[in-house]
Design a protein around this ligand. Structure first.
Ligand SMILES: NC(=O)c1ccc[n+]([C@@H]2O[C@H](COP(=O)([O-])OP(=O)(O)OC[C@H]3O[C@@H](n4cnc5c(N)ncnc54)[C@H](OP(=O)(O)O)[C@@H]3O)[C@@H](O)[C@H]2O)c1
Length: 368
């Protein structure tokens, strides 16, 4: 302690005497003394322009990292640049299905984050090509480039035996990544909520124009124990996790070497049935709509026809995914193991679902 005070004292004298004029030299000196620990890390983020991507890029930039945003359309990703200082965030053109482009994108990077994912197939965007081969391409390139860290964002439900091809391809992707880069950290979020999410926003939007909302996984109403059982056990179950917590988790595993090689399941503080989620959305948007039980067979039938649309709002594979609960299993480490207290959906949803209220966000009647 005394030794530390002894070497700090002359530095303080210099600081008081010369102030900001010696600031850059002090930074350089500390950087050298700390073995380069303060040196900026270059992180390549695949899928940076997506919902999770934009939050993660912002978190990396806030923490002083240099970000290479590997995206298919760099012009459409220019909105990322103001999230950092001038030159801190650079979009580069990369399709994860192109091994040469992936190699160029990870060249010189210290760490790589792969967020690329699709919810339905179209053209050459197949689940296997994107989730499995794409993830493998990234992992092999990161290993060859000598990157120290790789974070692969998968999904709860990733399972080689799942009925859903999305989930099977995610599981195969995890396996391929582990094989190519054994220290890779896999993060499996449940459904993610936050501004611009595709789940809560979609149902809140539906509540605006549709007289009913579908509760997937609920059987049709039937008489049970002398009464009408409307929703059975409430349909598929979820543990929604806040996008800010997922971004924090990514940052934590990047800077904590003890996370290397592990798989984390990321869920929020509460588990909800599909019916409970719809009620939550209706409460936040101050709308009253009929919640319609939607058995899986009916969902699949609707998915069959919806798949004919260029951007299908529902597919049979998504319905197959809903057949399994989307909750943290309990065997793998979670947000709490990373020292992150999960944020409740009830805290964040009002901040972005209020625009779906009748009259917009300024019509809030439940004033505190
Ligand atoms: N959001 C959730 O609730 C949730 C839950 C569990 C797991 N996840 C996983 O988390 C990851 C990120 O999800 P998200 O919600 O941020 O998805 P998203 O908003 O759809 O973003 C996906 C990103 O992948 C990019 N992409 C798609 N195909 C590509 C290709 N061939 N080459 C390069 N980039 C490609 C997209 O870029 P373009 O703009 O060019 O299409 C987009 O930036 C995904 O792997 C997803 O499976 C998400």
């Amino acid at each position: 302690m005394y030794a530390a005070a002894a070497w700090r004292a002359p530095l303080l004298v210099v600081w008081r005497r010369f102030g900001m004029r010696v600031f850059p030299a002090v930074i350089l000196l500390v950087s050298i003394l700390s073995g380069g620990e303060m040196a900026t890390r270059l992180v390549t983020v695949f899928g940076a322009s997506g919902f999770l991507g934009r939050h993660i890029v912002q978190r990396l930039a806030e923490n002083g990292m240099q970000v290479r945003a590997a995206v298919r359309n760099p012009d459409a990703a220019l909105f990322l640049k103001p999230m950092g200082d001038v030159g801190q965030i650079t979009p580069v053109q990369t399709n994860i299905r192109n091994a040469d482009a992936v190699r160029r994108a990870v060249h010189g990077a210290d760490a790589v984050i792969n967020l690329v994912g699709i919810l339905y197939e179209g053209g050459r965007q197949r689940f296997d090509a994107v989730h499995t081969q794409g993830a493998e391409t990234v992992a092999k390139a990161a290993a060859a480039a000598g990157c120290t860290d790789l974070v692969q964002v998968s999904a709860i439900g990733a399972d080689a035996l799942s009925q859903s091809q999305y989930a099977r391809s995610k599981a195969a992707g995890e396996e391929a990544v582990k094989k190519a880069f054994s220290d890779a950290v896999v993060l499996r979020p449940s459904v993610v909520f936050g501004p611009q999410d595709d789940f809560f926003n979609r149902f809140a939007d539906m509540a605006r124009c549709s007289p009913f909302l579908p509760a997937f996984g609920c059987p049709f109403p039937r008489f049970k124990n002398g009464g009408l059982d409307l929703y059975g056990d409430g349909g598929s179950r979820f543990q929604p996790v806040y996008v800010g917590d997922v971004a924090d988790a990514v940052l934590k595993v990047l800077v904590d070497p003890s996370a290397r090689g592990k798989i984390y399941e990321l869920g929020g503080p509460t588990t909800y049935s599909f019916v409970e989620i719809l009620r939550l959305i209706l409460a936040e948007t101050e709308r009253s709509r009929l919640i319609l039980p939607m058995p899986f067979w009916l969902g699949s039938l609707i998915g069959f026809f919806a798949e004919l649309l260029p951007i299908p709002p529902l597919t049979r594979d998504q319905v197959a995914l809903l057949r399994s609960d989307n909750v943290v299993g309990g065997d793998l480490p979670t947000l709490k193991d990373l020292g992150i207290e999960p944020t409740a959906a009830e805290v964040v949803l009002p901040t972005y679902l209020d625009r779906f209220r009748r009259g917009g966000r300024f019509s809030y009647t439940r004033l505190a």
